[in-house]
Ligand binder design. Structure first.
Ligand SMILES: C[S@@+](CC[C@H](N)C(=O)[O-])C[C@H]1O[C@@H](n2cnc3c(N)ncnc32)[C@H](O)[C@@H]1O
Length: 250
């Protein structure tokens, strides 16, 4: 694993990250859209009239997307001032349906206890040092029967990799990913990818699948659904899910 850089918050990379989100969402056949489709399928029936919380919302794309299903309101929270500014800047066309608060996902101090019907979080739990505190905070703010759907980079396949690379390439087609290389699944903790990309900048907190699932149960949440979305691109993404989507209920 590589050395830990000092500047590690999204504030320093807000432009880079905002552009990355747009590029990922523009790829209609990519894993971000495959992941978003799971949120839609699991939640659209529950969203009309719902109070929604988007935990670690970043520049807010998921909350904006979910407004089409008729929630009462969507609150996004994040610790990045720069990303929250971008989220607020994009909220105007939604006429007060969206609001953004600076709040740590590990406490959610701005959110009242038992006030949320639907909590969501997209690809953020790996960015937060104490996942168990996030689950406890979400459990506190959910109403009884409330649902939490979150996506994460898949613990099993997006495990720490290093300068040797994340993929084995096809010897006959050097641009084509043939397989993942999983070298350090059992080593939990913060790691940094050695190459370009967001994970070389901000790192990620790796936890095994059992750690994540046990922490949800310990927070008093009930597991109701798991999804491992794959893409339809006919390459490695069609066989190995990059993300895991977990649904739990209070
Ligand atoms: C990979 S981004 C995902 C953002 C957004 N959910 C999306 O889909 O684009 C991770 C986000 O987690 C936020 N974050 C990191 N630590 C946090 C914390 N303790 N509390 C709230 N947000 C946090 C970052 O600022 C960043 O916006």
């Amino acid at each position: 694993m590589t050395t830990v850089p000092s500047a590690t918050t999204y504030d320093a990379y807000a432009d880079f990250y905002t552009a990355l989100v747009q590029a990922m969402l523009d790829d209609q056949h990519g894993f971000w859209q495959a992941t978003r489709a799971v949120f839609d399928a699991r939640l659209q029936g529950r969203l009309p009239g719902a109070v929604v919380l988007d935990v670690a919302c970043g520049e807010g794309h998921l909350g904006r997307h979910l407004t089409q299903f008729g929630p009462d309101r969507v609150t996004g929270t994040d610790v990045s001032t720069a990303l929250l500014e971008r989220a607020r800047g994009r909220a105007e066309p939604y006429g007060g349906q969206l609001q953004y608060l600076h709040d740590d996902a590990q406490t959610l101090t701005c959110i009242d206890t038992a006030s949320v019907d639907v909590a969501v979080s997209n690809l953020a739990i790996m960015d937060i040092p104490d996942h168990a505190r996030v689950f406890a905070a979400v459990r506190r703010v959910l109403r009884p029967g409330g649902v939490f759907v979150f996506s994460m980079m898949h613990s099993c396949f997006e495990a720490p990799f290093d300068e040797q690379g994340q993929f084995l390439m096809d010897p006959d087609q050097p641009e084509r990913r043939a397989a993942y290389t999983i070298r350090r699944y059992a080593t939990e903790g913060r790691w940094f990818a050695g190459k370009e990309g967001m994970r070389s900048r901000v790192g990620a907190h790796h936890r095994t699948l059992s750690t994540i699932l046990c922490s949800l149960l310990e927070a008093g949440l009930t597991l109701t659904h798991l999804s491992e979305p794959v893409t339809v691109t006919g390459d490695l993404g069609g066989e190995v899910p990059r993300t895991l989507v977990i649904e739990v209920r209070a």
